[in-house]
Design a protein around this ligand. Structure first.
Ligand code: ZN
Length: 291
């Protein structure tokens, strides 16, 4: 009898913070929040560990599994490495060339987005698209958020996003964008700064079982298609005020469409996305103009 060769698979997990159960305030998402931020980092790490557990359970004993976790929130140094499931590896810190999707490549079997939130100007807990000064971010003429940015980054390498965790609003966004994706809801929107949350224990159970189902299904017979970006790729950024747009429009190749709106087009999606990220970074770095 021929010896069975061990199948190998890689699961990639991008982790944001605003979609974690218990996170309902900007105090939870940045170090200015002090004790509240420390609590949220633990909650975030707990949800990631649940996703890692689900991935290994879904792959089963017959698969040699690699799990790569990318910290995708803010300064990207939020996850507590000392508490991470030792079977996974963590990409921590930034700036990183692929940002929220650093580490994704064509050898990855599937991607999972944990702790994600809905897009700017939508309902949903702490909804925003990358930079809070953006009122709307459009890709190819359609309003999108970070969920879509990450799904297109994975799709660029032919990798599908098979599971998304967060609030009920990002779950709807995911279902509309990625047919067949497993959505795992851990909190329900009561307002931009309020939610009905599952306990950490319950949210982790849900994440572990949802990710297990998604990974098992995908490795048996893939059903979710990668979200492949088109060529060329165009981004349109609508800012909260004109001084942010003044700053963003300094990027060579950008087009000022109106007082609040700047666009950027490139043949290649990842280059176009880098252009959009640079515009947000310049807009965020100018001296305050809150009006
Ligand atoms: Zn985010």
């Amino acid at each position: 009898m021929a010896e069975m060769t061990m199948k190998h698979a890689t699961i990639y997990i991008s982790v944001d913070m605003e979609g974690v159960a218990g996170v309902v305030s900007w105090e939870h998402t940045g170090k200015e929040g002090g004790h509240e931020f420390d609590r949220a980092r633990k909650l975030m790490t707990g949800e990631v560990n649940a996703a890692i557990e689900g991935a290994f359970a879904g792959a089963g004993d017959g698969v040699e599994l690699t799990v790569i976790v990318n910290d995708a929130h803010g300064g990207m140094r939020n996850l507590l490495l000392e508490e991470l499931d030792p079977r996974a590896m963590l990409i921590s810190g930034g700036p990183k060339r692929l940002g929220m999707m650093e580490g994704i490549n064509a050898s990855v079997s599937a991607a999972i987005l944990v702790g994600y939130h809905s897009m700017a100007s939508s309902r949903g807990v702490l909804a925003h698209s990358y930079y809070p000064g953006l009122v709307q971010l459009e890709y190819a003429g359609t309003p999108i958020g970070e969920l879509a940015l990450s799904a297109y980054s994975a799709g660029y390498f032919g990798v599908p996003v098979i599971a998304v965790t967060g609030d009920d609003e990002v779950a709807k966004e995911a279902t509309g964008l990625i047919p067949g994706v497993e959505t795992i809801t851990v909190k329900w929107t009561a307002g931009r700064l309020a939610a009905t949350c599952l306990s950490p224990a319950r949210s982790r159970e849900r994440i572990a079982s949802g990710v297990k189902r998604a990974v098992m299904g995908h490795l048996l017979s893939p059903k979710v298609a990668p979200l492949v970006p088109g060529r060329p790729s165009s981004f349109r950024l609508r800012f909260a005020n004109a001084s942010m747009a003044d700053a963003a429009a300094l990027l060579p190749g950008s087009v000022r469409e109106d007082p609040l709106t700047v666009s950027y087009v490139h043949e290649d999606y990842l280059e176009a996305l880098r252009g959009a990220r640079v515009m947000m970074a310049i807009a965020a770095s100018i001296p305050g103009d809150p009006y």
